[in-house]
Design a protein around this ligand. Structure first.
Ligand code: HPA
Ligand code: ZN
Length: 364
């Protein structure tokens, strides 16, 4: 991780993770194991990964280019690599094992509570039954809390580069697994979000889908990718037209005073993932932006996005980068951890427990 080691202070800090794609946590060893178990060939375009070493080598690439914005076309994009990884996930146990491996890792990193994104359409469009995905994650939600003490409420993501109607149909299929307003439902997910390629796919396209989820009593968030074409317009729509509660990324708001004001007036926080931006942004350009957000009173928290496809940098590595390159104090790092509790949609009892732990952190 750019030569940075996780310090004892960051390692011990009680954490809340609000921006992680569960499919982006599929580690190569488990991917290899599931490929064997399901008899799936590991390949990407014209390349086959015939050995575990070849598979491992494929993760060394920095997936930081955007062909649609003039970047290279001869190497996989980040999203292509991410969806290729999904191909070994077929049965309920595969989704369960993926999620349990992540929740076990949460315990090791002192992540107390997490709101993972899941991309059900990434699986159903390959012919996987929706209930395999949902039941696998649901079982892991229960067992991860019981065995590892890591509580979670999940976020259904619409794939924004697929037709809106497909996303709406996927939502209707998944709805029995939501936590319903009346206390019913299976309780897996309590929010909806917008993921995948944002290029010319603004949040407004999904306005009715978000309205439906809100009417069903669910929370709403959307990705507004850093450096994406039309990023300011996407943020504007998210705040003022769609009325979402959180923004995933959204770092470009600093260039528009009216967007900063909109976030602050509506108390909308950003779930930032510094290492994801650091892949394509110089240190002395990126980290002052975090300080600028603090100075302007924008609430944000530190998260990891897709650690396996981003050089194995997890939430602790993202916090370490923020602490080190951002020059933040221990008290400021605790405040960022507290922001995640403020921004999360956990039950009050869970929030209280984590606030109490944060209050006890030594910042001297
Ligand atoms: N950005 C957008 N969509 C995604 C990502 C991401 O980093 N990971 C999984 N879906
Ligand atoms: Zn993301």
């Amino acid at each position: 991780m750019n030569g940075l080691a996780i310090s004892p202070f960051i390692a011990a800090l009680p954490k809340v993770e609000l921006h992680i794609h569960i499919e982006g946590t599929l580690q190569p060893a488990l991917r290899w194991k599931l490929a064997q178990r399901n008899n799936v060939a590991l390949k990407f375009r014209d390349q086959t990964y015939g050995t575990y070493e070849e598979l491992l080598e494929s993760y060394r690439v920095t997936y930081n280019h955007r062909p649609e914005l003039g970047g290279r076309k001869d190497v996989p994009t980040f999203l292509e690599a991410y969806f290729a990884g999904c191909e070994v996930l077929l049965r309920e146990d595969d989704f369960y094992d993926l999620a349990m491996a992540y929740l076990e890792r949460c315990r090791a990193m002192n992540v107390r509570y997490v709101e993972p994104f899941f991309d059900i359409q990434a699986h159903t469009r390959r012919g996987v039954a929706a209930e395999h995905v949902l039941n696998g994650y649901l079982r892991a939600q229960h067992d991860g809390a019981a065995e590892y003490g890591v509580r979670s409420n999940w976020i259904f993501c619409f794939l924004r580069d697929e037709p809106v109607e497909d996303g709406e149909a996927a939502y209707r299929t998944a709805f029995p697994w939501a936590r319903h307003r009346d206390g019913g439902g299976k309780g897996l997910f309590h929010a909806v979000g917008l993921a995948s390629n944002a290029f010319e796919r603004p949040p407004l396209l999904f306005q009715a889908a978000f309205a439906r989820a809100r009417a069903d009593g669910l929370h709403t968030t959307t990705h507004c990718d850093f450096g994406q074409k039309d990023t300011h317009e996407h943020v504007r729509q998210a705040i003022f037209d769609v009325g979402i509660e959180r923004i995933d990324h959204g770092l470009d708001v600093l260039e528009r005073a009216e967007l900063v004001a909109g976030l602050n007036e509506r108390r909308i926080g950003l779930t930032l993932c510094p290492h994801a931006y650091h892949r394509r942004t110089a240190t002395d350009v990126l980290f002052p932006k975090l300080r600028a957000l603090l100075d302007r009173g924008v609430t944000f928290c530190i998260n990891s996005d897709d650690p396996v496809y981003m050089h194995d940098v997890w939430i602790d590595g993202n916090m370490q980068k923020t602490y080190h390159y951002g020059g933040l104090s221990k008290a400021e790092m605790v405040q960022l951890a507290r922001n995640a509790v403020d921004m999360c949609w956990a039950d009050e009892g869970v929030k209280r427990e984590i606030y109490a732990e944060l209050d006890a952190v030594d910042v001297s």
